[in-house]
Write a protein that binds this ligand. Structure first.
Ligand code: ADP
Ligand code: F6P
Length: 320
């Protein structure tokens, strides 16, 4: 391929810029031209193409968000939208595309490949909800952001002997909640992957903890379960312990990417371009046991992500 495109799509994630930089510089090193496509699939349809050179991606490695910007583009779910996307790319001489985003974006990437534009997906979402990969760009940074916030909440919860309910992002997945519950010493995480019983899993735990001398309690609730404000009200009513809910929101999506996310994004970006260089499209890159691999997009999308049993059990043991 002589010319490829790169775009970011769906919810942004810290480390997307590091991935864009890797795609651009790897492509240039292979004597391929690269066009940055602004605003995801919406920009592809509108023709928002910019030729990139090595300097176009200077000074972006450390910043959150995405310099190409992102979007959610309903038109792309229709066959006509995908067909137009292929035509727009071809009109610019673009022969292959790297799509940096989540599994929704990969469905668009699959459709583009099937319609004749070889496309490679790079997993980037704070939710870590992509089945074919152990982890995604942005997950580690989001975990660290949430960890900072919860450590601060713990300080004040302890001073006031309060119970804290912290609601974190993750869409339908509980990865952020399950991991930070362990890293921040929470009593438990309440996640969509595991049914929970309010009386047994929350109230009884608080009551038992108090008998053992616990002065404050912390529960992490995934947004896919939600209802943290109502949970706080019910805990206070049932136990008499002052309880506060905090919904962390979009701070979880921003900020400078961690070293892990910069490394992952750089490795993914290089691998994605290597695939297009070898004329391979309809692939998604992934990391398995710290090795970068790739799958057919259809195969990747068909996989099912399961919460690790060891992670689920850990918070319970460690919160004694
Ligand atoms: P993410 O990529 O983070 O999962 P979304 O689910 O919002 O985010 O998907 C991003 C974009 O990908 C959508 O706005 C749409 O343009 C495209 N997309 C999502 N689902 C599909 C689909 N089933 N077919 C084609 N394109 C899709
Ligand atoms: O997919 C990333 C994510 O931040 C989810 O955790 C969350 O459910 C969603 O995006 C929020 O989307 P928006 O930024 O459109 O409100």
């Amino acid at each position: 391929m002589k010319r490829i495109g790169v775009l970011t799509s769906g919810g942004d994630a810290p480390g997307m810029n590091a991935a864009i930089r890797a795609v651009v510089r790897m492509a240039l090193s292979k004597n391929m031209e690269v066009y940055g496509i602004q605003k995801g699939y919406a920009g592809l349809l509108k023709g928002l193409f910019t030729p990139m050179n090595a300097r176009s991606v200077s000074n972006i490695l450390h910043s959150g968000g995405t310099v190409l910007q992102s979007s959610r583009c309903p038109e792309f779910r229709e066959e006509a939208g995908v067909k137009k996307g292929v035509e727009m790319a071809r009109s610019q001489g673009i022969e292959g595309l790297v799509v940096i985003g989540g599994d929704g974006s990969f469905r668009g990437a699959r459709d583009l490949s099937l319609a004749g534009l070889p496309t490679v997906g790079v997993p980037a979402t704070i939710d870590n909800d992509i089945a074919c990969t152990d982890t995604t760009i942005g997950f580690d940074t989001a975990l660290n952001t949430v960890k900072d916030a919860i450590d601060k909440i713990r300080d004040t919860a302890h001073s006031h002997e309060r119970c804290s309910i912290i609601e974190v992002m993750g869409r339908g997945a509980g990865y952020i909640a399950a991991y930070v519950a362990i890293a921040c010493g929470a009593e438990a995480s309440i996640i969509p992957e595991k049914p929970f019983d309010f009386d047994k899993d929350i109230l009884q735990r608080i009551i038992d903890g108090k008998k053992r001398g616990k002065e404050n309690n912390l529960f992490v609730v995934a947004e896919g379960v939600g209802g943290s404000v109502e949970m706080a009200r019910r805990i206070e009513e049932a136990t008499g312990i002052e309880t506060r809910a905090a919904i962390l929101g979009h701070i979880q999506r921003g900020g400078s990417p961690t070293v892990n996310d910069r490394m992952l994004a750089s490795r993914f970006g290089i691998h994605a371009v290597e695939l297009l260089y070898q004329d391979k499209g309809n692939r998604v890159v992934a990391i398995k046991d710290n090795v970068i691999v790739d799958y057919d997009i259809l195969e990747g999308l068909a996989m099912e992500k399961r919460m690790r049993d060891d992670i689920m059990g850990m918070a319970e043991i460690l919160s004694m």
